[in-house]
Design a protein around this ligand. Sequence first.
Ligand SMILES: NC(=O)c1ccc[n+]([C@@H]2O[C@H](COP(=O)([O-])OP(=O)(O)OC[C@H]3O[C@@H](n4cnc5c(N)ncnc54)[C@H](OP(=O)(O)O)[C@@H]3O)[C@@H](O)[C@H]2O)c1
Length: 315
Amino acid sequence: MADSPLAAPTAPTFYFIGVTTGQSSSQRMFPLWMEALGRPEVVWRGVDLPIHADPERYRQVVAHIAEQPLALGALVTTHKIDLLAAARDLFGELDPYARRTDEVSSIAKEGGRLVGRATDPVAGGLSLDAILGVDYFARTGGEVLLLGAGGSAAALSLHLLQKPHPGDRPRRVVVVNRSAGRLARLRQMVEQFDTDIRFEYVQNERPQRNDELLAALPPASLVINATGMGKDTPGSPLTDDARFPQNGVAWELNYRGELDFLRQARAQRTARSLTVADGWDYFIHGWSQVISHVLAVEIGPEMLARLSQLAADVR
Ligand SMILES: NC(=O)c1ccc[n+]([C@@H]2O[C@H](COP(=O)([O-])OP(=O)(O)OC[C@H]3O[C@@H](n4cnc5c(N)ncnc54)[C@H](OP(=O)(O)O)[C@@H]3O)[C@@H](O)[C@H]2O)c1
């Protein structure tokens, strides 16, 4: 089928592997970015897979990119862990972050080999730093509630673990996840570090329990929705009765979808002096990191500002 995502490409092609890729701003943004980067011949192609897809589907997609000469590489969202678990042997090289977190968000080709990178620790880290500012945890005494223990939760944990200045590290991070496997995986990564951050792991999928964990946080704590709920799946990990911490920060990793968690946070923004952020900056950093890797182009601060503006124009 000519319009199948895995039909042989007829132009240099950049793949976007996600759940509902057709609804992403990236489809509109991509041609503008290629024009700005001097690569207008490169086209965008979305590959939609269900969450926790059959490993064979991941292998087919990765093998397709490896085998097709016009397939340049891919950005992977949501499937970062499952894809690597299913297709690790198809990669010629993995960068240190991919090895640490056992996930890939960027697939490029170098000398005929597939090179996987985890760009989220950098992209998510840049976004988080911009939201919090320097010395946030020393200034405020806030802690972190990380809802979800998937790829981006691991990346953000890694970012916090590697913060050189103590004031940028929270005292405590509580991580909540539905399946035990993802929590065990995250714990295994955290235990490779000699850290003063206390990680606590809670297996739970009941929003009422998350409300309780939220209520137990000190003021100024950071709450992150890294579950994909409100975009990949319906709802929010919290109930509408949840109370965000006074002077806290609520960060929804997505920028599109129903975004129920963002709505809940915005409803308390004034009353509880919340800082509320969505995933737009994360999206821009993530895409620029992966495009730089796949197309082997430098994207400096000036170009990043230009790309960011182009994306905002078609958001
Ligand atoms: N703005 C951006 O550019 C950007 C960048 C990165 C990520 N994101 C978004 O952030 C979300 C997470 O990404 P990801 O790569 O980390 O995905 P992921 O690897 O699929 O992780 C999601 C995790 O949340 C858990 N979860 C789902 N529903 C839950 C619930 N009700 N209670 C507790 N845990 C629950 C899942 O647990 P199970 O193991 O039980 O499935 C899974 O471990 C996605 O929607 C993605 O699109 C956005």
